[in-house]
Design a protein around this ligand. Structure first.
Ligand SMILES: [Fe+2]
Ligand SMILES: [Fe+2]
Length: 389
C-alpha cells in the first residue's frame, strides 16, 4: 500500500486538513493517509492547550467520512518529544511504500531534522508549495538535499487558507464555524467546552501537566511545591519561583530513559561519564530542558533549581537550596532520618543540606553506587565553610 504520514497538532483539525488529505490521495494515488496528532509537547503556545485525547477524538470525528484516512495515536502514546524518524521506524513495513507530508517551511529545514538520512532512506517527502516557498525555491532546496538521499515530490493541489489559530480565536468569540470545521467537531467542541475559556494562566497549565503523572508522583510534586513555598518564605527566596520549581521538579521522571536522553541532548546538555551511567539523575536534567521547551520557562534560576534538585552542586543559589531540601522534607517523605533532616532544615538551609548530603552520599556509597561529583562538591563546600567558622 502507498501510505502517507501526516502529522500536526490539529488544534483543532479543520476542513482544509481533510481537503488536503483528499487532494494528496488523488494526486499521488495513495491508498491511505495516516493522521498523527503530535503530543502536546513541545507546544510553543500553551495558552490554548487542549488535551491530547480531545485532539485525537476530534481527528477521528473529522476523518470519519473518509475510509482512506486512518487516525493514529502513536505519537500521543509515546508522550513528550517525538522524532519523525521514530514514527517512521514504527510504521514502516516491507509491503508498504511510505510518504511523509511536510509543510513547505519544514521542507526548507529538513537537513536539520533528527536522523534525517534515515527519514530520506525510508520515505518520499510530499510538499505543497506555499507563500514565499514557491515551486522554484523548493526545487532549489531539493537539489541541495538530493546528495543526502532525499526523494521529494511537489503537489500541485491548491492550499486552503484556514488556520487553526484563527479558528481558536473565532471559537473564543463564539462565531459560527460551519464553513471551517466538520459538524461533529463543532458539536464535540461545544459539548466539551473547548477553546472557550480565557487564556489559562500558567499555573493551571503546569498543574494540568502534573495531573498527568501517577498519583504517587503528583502528590509528591504538590507536596514539594508546598514545602518549597514554606522554605522560601522562611529563608527569603522567591516564593513564586519556588512554587513553580517544586511543582515541576520531577515532571519528566515517568518518561523512559531513552526519551529523557533525547530531551537532554536536545537541550544541549553534555553528560559526564558518571551522569551517563546514572539514569536516576536523568530526570532532573531532562526536566530542566522540558520546562523551557514545553512551558517556555526561561528563568535560569528555576531551571537550575530543577536541574540540581537531586545532586545539589557547589555555589547553589538560595532557590536551588530550597528546592533541593524541599524534595527531602516534603510531607510525603517517610525515610528513617526524615525527622532529623526536617529539624536541621528548620535551623538553617545549610545544616539541612549537609545532613541530606551526608545521608544520600553515604547511602549510595554503601551500596557501591556512583557518587555525583556535584554532590561531593556541594558537600565539601559546606564542610569547608563550617570548618572556617
Ligand atoms: Fe527528583
Ligand atoms: Fe522529587
Amino acid at each position: 500500500m502507498r501510505k502517507a504520514i501526516y502529522g500536526g497538532s490539529f488544534n483543532p483539525i479543520h476542513l482544509d486538513h481533510i481537503a488536503l488529505c483528499r487532494q494528496i490521495k488523488n494526486e499521488f494515488s495513495l491508498d491511505r493517509v495516516i493522521l498523527i496528532p503530535t503530543s502536546t509537547t513541545p507546544l510553543k503556545d500553551n495558552s490554548y492547550l487542549v488535551s491530547d485525547e480531545h485532539r485525537l477524538n476530534m481527528c477521528r470525528l473529522a476523518a470519519a467520512d473518509d475510509d482512506f484516512i486512518e487516525v493514529s495515536d502513536i505519537e500521543i502514546q509515546r508522550k513528550g518529544f517525538s522524532y519523525t524518524s521514530d514514527t517512521i521506524a514504527q510504521l514502516k513495513t516491507d509491503e508498504d511504500e511510505l510518504f511523509l507530508i511536510v509543510g513547505a517551511d519544514m521542507f526548507m529545514t529538513l537537513e536539520k531534522w533528527h536522523e534525517f538520512e534515515y527519514i530520506f532512506e525510508n520515505v518520499t517527502i510530499l510538499t505543497i508549495p506555499r507563500g514565499e516557498y514557491d515551486i522554484n525555491i523548493l526545487q532549489k532546496k531539493y537539489n541541495e538535499l538530493k546528495p543526502y538521499g532525499c526523494q521529494a515530490q511537489f503537489s500541485l493541489s491548491p492550499v486552503g487558507s484556514l488556520s487553526s489559530t484563527v479558528i481558536r480565536e473565532k471559537l473564543k468569540r463564539g462565531e459560527d464555524l460551519s464553513d471551517s470545521l466538520h459538524p461533529d467537531v463543532i458539536k464535540y467542541i461545544k459539548k466539551n467546552q473547548l477553546y472557550c475559556q480565557e487564556t489559562m494562566n500558567n499555573k493551571d497549565v503546569y498543574l494540568q501537566e502534573v495531573n498527568k503523572l501517577s498519583d504517587y508522583r503528583r502528590i509528591h510534586s504538590l507536596n514539594v511545591s508546598n514545602e518549597a513555598v514554606r522554605l522560601a518564605k522562611k529563608y527569603g527566596a522567591d516564593v513564586e519561583k519556588a512554587e513553580i520549581a517544586g511543582l515541576l521538579h520531577d515532571i519528566t521522571k515517568e518518561m523512559d530513559n531513552e526519551t529523557q536522553l533525547k530531551i537532554i541532548e536536545n537541550g544541549g546538555i553534555m553528560l559526564s561519564a558518571v551522569e551517563k551511567a546514572s539514569p536516576q539523575l536523568y530526570h532532573a536534567m531532562s526536566a530542566s530542558v522540558y520546562v523551557k521547551t514545553c512551558f517556555g520557562i526561561d528563568d535560569e534560576d528555576i531551571r537550575n533549581a530543577i536541574r540540581y534538585h537531586t545532586t545539589a552542586r557547589a555555589n547553589m543559589s538560595l532557590l536551588e537550596k530550597v528546592i533541593f531540601l524541599a524534595d527531602f522534607t516534603s510531607a510525603d517523605r517517610k525515610f528513617d532520618d526524615i525527622d532529623v533532616i526536617r529539624e536541621k532544615a528548620n535551623i538553617s538551609l545549610e545544616d539541612g543540606m549537609l545532613y541530606a548530603l551526608q545521608f544520600t552520599i553515604s547511602r549510595i556509597a554503601k551500596r557501591g553506587g556512583l557518587i555525583s561529583p556535584d554532590a561531593l562538591n556541594a558537600y565539601n563546600e559546606i564542610v569547608l565553610k563550617k570548618s572556617a567558622e
